[in-house]
Structures are given as C-alpha cells and as structure tokens.
Design a protein around this ligand. Structure first.
Ligand code: UDX
Ligand code: ADP
Length: 463
C-alpha cells in the first residue's frame, strides 16, 4: 500500500515538526496538519514563516520549503480525515486532574474524541497512527472505538512513538537514533506497518526502523523517557551529596560518564527536569504498575519524580536561606523560564515551581526569557492554583531586556541554559545590582571564576 495523503490531528510540538519534516522529505505525499485551535493554525499559515507558533531551530526553514507545496495547515479536521489514507494522532495527553487516576494517569479524552471523529467521518479504509505519548494498551481502546462503527470501513492501528527532544526536534527527525513502529502481528497489521516503514524509508536507513508488536512499542516510549529522567534524578541526587562533601558534580559526572557502559549523556545536574514528557510518562508507568499490583515497581519509578520535586524545592529554599532567611519584597531576577534552551515550551518547567516557592515567601520576581511571553508565564503560574492571576501579576513581571531585568536585583536565579546568558556583560549586570549580588546558577552554565572575580556571590548546583 502506497501512502499519498497523510492527515495529522494536532499541530503542537510533536505534530507540527514531525509533519513538516515528513512533508519536506516526501514531496510525493500530501501532508495536512489539522487542529481545533484556530489561532495556532493561523500562525502556522502566517506568510512570515518566522511567526509559526513553535520555536525550534531549523523548523521555519523546513516549513518554508514544504508549506503550500505538499504541507498544509487547516482547521477542517473532517475533510483532512476523509481524504487521508493514513491519520496520525498527535493531540495532547496531559495527566488527569480529576477522577480516578488523578495526578497519575494520562487523560485520554482528546484521544478518544479523535478516534470518534475518525470513526464518524471515514468512508474508506485508514491506517491510524498513535504519535502522542500514551499509556500501554491505548491502541486497544482506539481499536475498539473504530471497529464498532458498523459502516464496513477497516482500520489498522499503529503505534509510532515520537522520540524527538524539543530544541533539537528537526535534527532528531532528520537523523533519528531509531524509528519505532508497532502494529498487529497478522497480515493486515504487517501491511500497515510496511506502509509506514516506506514513508520513513524516504530518509531514514532501514536498519534504524524497528518494528514490534503494539504494546512493546507503546511501553518502549514510556521506558525510554523513564530511563532518561532517572539519569537526571540520579545525578541530581548526587549533586546534593557533592554540596555536603566538597566533591564537584561536574567532575563526578565526567568521571562516571567516561565509563562506556554508563556514557556521558543526560548526566548534567540541574535545578530539575521539566518538559511535557518525563513526569507524565513516569506517572503513567507508576499508574500502570500499581494497577497490576506491582507496588515495588511503582515505588521504584516514583522515586525519580520525588527526587526531581526535591531538587526544585531545595533550589528555591537555598535562595531564601542564603539571602539571610528572607526574600520578602526583594527582587529576584529569573534568567530563563522555558524548561530547556532553544524552545519556547514551558510545560513542567522547573522555573514555575521555583517561582511558586519564592512567591510564597513574598519575593518580587522579574523574568527574562528570550522566547517566552508574559502571558505564558502568568498562565503557567495561575494553572498551579496557588494564587489568583491578579495576585501573581502583582509579584511577577517580565523585562524585554536582560540588563533591565537584572537592574536592582538582590539575586539572579538562572533557570534555563540559554547560550546567550554566557555572553552577557556581567560587569555591567553586577554594577546595577543590590550588594551583595548573588547568582544561583541552576544549570551550572556560567563561568564561576569570572563571576567571583567581578564580585558576585556565585552558587552552582553540586559544588
Ligand atoms: C524528552 C526525550 O528526550 C524525548 O526523546 C521524548 O520524545 C520527549 O521527552 P524533551 O522533554 O523535549 O525530550 O527534552 P530533554 O532534552 O529530554 O530534556 C528534558 C528535561 O531534562 C529538560 O528540563 C532538561 O533541561 C533536563 N535535563 C536533561 C537535565 O536536567 N540534565 C540532563 O543531563 C539532560
Ligand atoms: P504535544 O506536545 O503532544 O504536541 P501540544 O499541546 O503542543 O502537545 O499539541 C496538541 C494539539 O492538539 C493542540 O494544539 C490541540 O489544540 C490539538 N487538539 C487536541 N484535541 C484535538 C482534536 N480533537 N482535534 C484537533 N486538534 C486537537
């Protein structure tokens, strides 16, 4: 089966970049990305390609090449479903905030709505591909909805988890470590798997395209993220020990990372991991383990989250303690709000939780992030529910210039590892701050020797 038309439901951080790259690499396939969010689609179609709603290095170039040729963004979901032979589901699956599984399980209501819409609209056979991160056995649920339409249309469901990391999404899509495709282990399933293999084979070497059964594919995604997050929590646990013992976590990370069995990646101590996947996927894993009565397994993985929460809280607490046990009415400047550099995504960013802690202590926070808007920052904080938006507004503001942001500050907290922070004129920043001028480097990004020489009281993680 040769695919000529693809539809992708969800024009977010996963659907947008993935479809842009598929369209660029497969000019013979028409790719339509649809979303209910009209504003988002409007921005994807903005004549100035720099205004697309997602910031990712290299993405606007890819969109510029393919858009209007074989890449389209639309709000007409039904039409795109109807025309496509293959439909990707890339909608958001946040952690449930209500009912059973609250705070742990993934909320599948958006997925279910998609499945029902596909069932209602389809007049010809379709391959449905789960792209969103999903709990194991979601394909079963989708299948059950699709197979009970009674209109004779046949559906094959594939799991094709996304492994791209934000900030390097385009590079990750161009040169993936692997592409994973799970499907049913019968002739039709095999055919559907091959159809998707052929799409990726336009640019990915075949030996990097793995095919498995659906459940292995679904579980592999959760486990990959759990392992990555576990490495970050492991090194963060050691960072606290380093601070007490006089060891330096960067040196420890380098020393252990040179062991080829351990490897050097994902050993960077930080203020804590964020992003839309790590916490959600581990919570999912914990929920699944609990639901099978595997309490030791659940507790083991839950500890990765507990450690991460501890790391964010102790970073905030240390700021308060160091500033003579009070930050009330003091100005703390945040450099960075995004959950990592090179993205405008703020979901689960450590900055949100550090800010929340400091706002409880009545600090005044000024934020500078090269890509994140004030509206986003307010919405992140208000979503936590600790105080009203009006109260948040009173104590947190943004500056459009880093020097403005740091003027009059008692302390700077560096929360995101944006490269540009390294290149600032730190003498100038020092001159305009309250003294003693503190820097809490939550990413071990800045040059300690330089900052100390200038006069800053500099503290990093794990040393
Ligand atoms: C992750 C996975 O890497 C990706 O494969 C999956 O598809 C989605 O989830 P992402 O969340 O976009 O990607 O970014 P990632 O680079 O994994 O970083 C996650 C968080 O961990 C960030 O907050 C980052 O700053 C933090 N981190 C990462 C560390 O604190 N230290 C490290 O050494 C690595
Ligand atoms: P992710 O990081 O998984 O891509 P995002 O929140 O960035 O998550 O993107 C998911 C997108 O899916 C959002 O833009 C949302 O509007 C869209 N969406 C959710 N449900 C539907 C639906 N039923 N039909 C179309 N789009 C949907």
């Amino acid at each position: 089966m040769k695919i000529t038309k693809i539809c992708c439901i969800g024009a977010g951080y996963v659907g947008g970049p993935t479809m842009a790259v598929i369209a660029q690499k497969c000019p013979h396939i028409q790719v339509t990305v649809v979303d209910l969010n009209e504003q988002r689609i409007k921005l994807w179609n903005d004549p100035d390609v720099n205004n697309i709603p997602i910031y990712e290095p290299g993405l606007s170039e890819v969109v510029a090449e393919a858009r209007g040729r074989n890449l389209f963004f639309s709000t007409d979901v039904d039409k795109a479903i109807d025309e496509a032979e293959m439909i990707f589901i890339s909608v958001n699956t946040p952690t449930k905030t209500y009912g059973s599984g609250k705070g742990l399980a993934a909320d599948l209501k958006y997925i279910e709505l998609c499945a029902r819409q596909i069932a209602r609209v389809s007049k010809t056979n379709k391959i449905v591909v789960e792209k969103s991160t999903l709990p194991v056995r979601t394909a079963e649920a989708i299948k059950s909805i699709l197979h009970n339409t009674g209109n004779g249309v046949k559906f094959q469901i594939l799991s094709n988890p996304e492994f791209l990391a934000e900030g390097t999404a385009v590079e990750d899509l161009f040169h993936p470590d692997r592409v994973l495709i799970g499907g049913e282990t019968n002739a039709e399933g095999e055919q559907a798997i091959q159809a998707l293999v052929e799409v990726y084979a336009n640019w990915v070497p075949k030996d990097k395209i793995l095919t498995t059964n659906v459940w292995s594919s679904e579980l592999s995604k959760l486990v990959a993220n759990a392992f990555l997050a576990q490495r970050v929590s492991s090194i963060n646990a050691i960072s606290e020990l380093c601070e007490k013992t006089g060891a330096n976590v960067n040196e420890v990370a380098k020393a252990i990372g040179m062991d080829s069995r351990i490897g050097p990646k994902f050993l960077k101590a930080s203020v804590g991991f964020g992003g839309s996947c790590f916490q959600k996927d581990i919570l999912n894993l914990v929920y699944i383990a609990k639901s099978y009565g595997l309490h030791e397994v659940a507790d083991y993985w839950e500890q990765v989250i507990i450690m991460n929460d501890h790391q964010k809280n102790r970073f905030a607490k240390n700021i308060v303690t160091t500033l003579y046990n009070t930050v009330a009415d003091k100005q703390i400047t945040f450099l960075g709000w995004a959950f990592k550099k090179d993205t405008n995504d703020t979901r689960e960013s450590a900055a949100i939780y550090v800010a929340d802690n400091l706002l409880f202590e009545q600090a005044n926070i000024v934020v500078f992030d090269p890509k994140v808007s004030y509206a986003q920052i307010l919405s992140d904080l208000t979503y936590l529910g600790s105080r009203t938006e009006a109260e948040n507004k009173e104590h947190i503001t943004v500056a459009s210039d880093p020097y403005e942001a740091c003027k009059g500050a008692h302390a700077i907290a560096l929360l995101t590892e944006w490269d540009e922070f390294k290149t600032y004129d730190w003498e100038r920043i020092y001159a305009q701050m309250n003294k003693p001028a503190f820097v809490f480097d939550g990413r071990n990004l800045l040059d300690k020797a330089l900052l100390t020489r200038i006069g800053f009281k500099y503290q990093a993680i794990g040393s």
